[in-house]
Ligand binder design. Structure first.
Ligand code: NAP
Ligand code: MG
Length: 401
């Protein structure tokens, strides 16, 4: 069979530890036999980040801007232990943070749903995608401990030196203080990324804040979303039969729990942090969660939501067998190749991505899976395969389809 041709490269960002091992297996068994892969390769493995003083991370993000689509393997975010383990010149920043800062994007996380791995919330029939705003609020806040009685004020000084003041509190004794901010530009980017992604997925978009209590801060989020929706997206949404829906965060939580899924839930930074872990664990497993960074200019970076699975890697190094779930990393590849196919008008490439995803799901539904899933599945007598045999089983399913 002739391999599927590509016209524009995907940016390939290799990574670390167990996911780097899976990366090679996925390429060898599931991609290269079928696709004449065009990729621009960047090695984001920690050793090469160290060798290049982390320039490789910036270069890979710049390449993503140029070509529009990237696929990324999980990478180590160095801490003190990693600095020692890899003899690093410095404690480099999180690659995801660096890439996100350059692409200015929103991260969308979606669980991969298979029969036999049932969500704990019984009414959820379709995946729920979380869109998390990745800038500001409590993540960029400044804090103070108030030691004694005194007056706390918010002070804004404009470029001409004019001050605006707002009393926070007249402290009668000790307490705590926090100053948060966000930027209208960042909220606008967040809104556009969410509206674009909803159109892409043909799914409705929900957004929620606490604007009844936070009448200026959260209300600004609500207003920016509403204005951009009215001006730029309303007609497109109506044409696709999807809706944009705003409600209060506590009402949203109650509705999510009673919904059947199949929508995108846009969250402020903190809400997204909390609810993405709730959604992924309620759907079954972090190893079954995909993640895509979408920039407001329409650049896409696909990855798995989990890390480098360090514990499994150390077993692998000792020559022991591993059963590491490669599904989210496979879906990172299919996501990137399908997007490449859409942008370059190569339906065969989109078809390949669809088939490989179906083969992956079918393999699991036929009872062949990795250990993490075998432990939680309702399928009777599941077969727990090792890392490579699971990928080979998918290849066999694909070839027989
Ligand atoms: P992790 O790699 O997500 O793994 C945590 C645990 O979750 C594993 O030990 C394993 O449990 C289970 N698990 C996660 N993915 C799995 C998979 N595909 N198949 C089977 N089990 C899976 O998190 P971590 O061990 O805390 O972090 C390791 C490294 O990853 C860190 O250096 C961190 O900086 C990095 N990290 C990178 C990213 C990213 O690049 N996007 C995200 C998060 C973390 P059992 O051991 O019980 O089997
Ligand atoms: Mg978190």
């Amino acid at each position: 069979m002739e391999k599927i041709r590509m016209s524009t490269p995907v940016v390939e960002m290799d990574g670390d530890e167990m996911t780097r091992i899976l990366w090679r297996m996925i390429k060898d068994e599931l991609i290269l036999p079928y696709v004449d892969l065009k990729s621009e390769y960047y090695d984001l493995g920690l050793e090469n980040r160290n060798a290049t003083d982390d320039r490789v991370t910036t270069e890979s993000a710049e390449a993503t801007k140029k070509y529009g689509v990237a696929v990324k393997c999980a990478t180590i975010t160095p801490n003190a232990a990693r600095v020692k383990e890899y003899n690093l010149k410095e404690m480099y920043k999180s690659p995801n943070g660096t890439i996100r800062a350059i692409l200015d994007g929103t991260v969308f996380r979606t669980p991969i749903v298979v029969k036999g791995i049932e969500p704990v919330v019984k009414c959820w029939k379709k995946p729920i995608t979380i869109a998390r705003h990745a800038y500001g609020d409590v993540y960029k806040s400044v804090e103070m401990k108030v030691p004694c009685a005194g007056k706390a004020e918010l002070v804004f000084t404009d470029e001409n030196g004019n001050e605006t003041r707002e009393l926070i509190h007249n402290f009668k004794g000790a307490g705590v203080l926090q100053g948060q901010h966000n930027l209208c530009g960042s909220i606008e980017s967040f809104a556009r990324s969410c509206f674009n992604y909803a159109l892409d997925l043909k799914q409705s978009l929900w957004f929620a804040t606490k604007d009844t209590i936070s009448k200026k801060y959260d209300h600004t989020f609500k207003d920016i979303f509403a204005d951009i929706y009215e001006a730029e997206y309303k007609e497109k949404f109506e044409a696709q039969g999807i809706e944009y829906f705003y409600t209060l965060i506590d009402d949203a939580v109650a509705r999510v729990m009673k919904s059947e899924g199949g929508f995108i839930w846009a969250c402020k930074n903190y809400d997204g942090d909390v609810f993405s872990d709730m959604i992924s664990s309620a759907f079954g497993s972090l190893a079954m969660m995909t993640s895509v960074l979408v920039s407001p200019s329409g650049v896409y970076e696909y990855e798995a939501a989990h890390g480098t699975v360090q514990r499994h890697f150390y077993k692998h190094l000792k020559g022991e067998e591993t059963s590491t779930n490669s599904v989210a990393t496979i879906f990172a590849w299919t996501g990137a190749l399908r997007k490449r196919g859409e942008l370059d008008n190569i339906p065969e490439l989109c078809g390949f991505a669809d088939r490989l995803e179906s083969a992956t799901i079918k393999t699991i539904e036929e009872g062949k899976m990795t250990k993490d899933l075998a432990l939680i599945t309702e399928i009777e007598n599941p077969v727990a395969l090792n890392s490579l045999d699971f990928i080979k089983a998918i290849r066999q399913t694909y070839d027989n389809m």
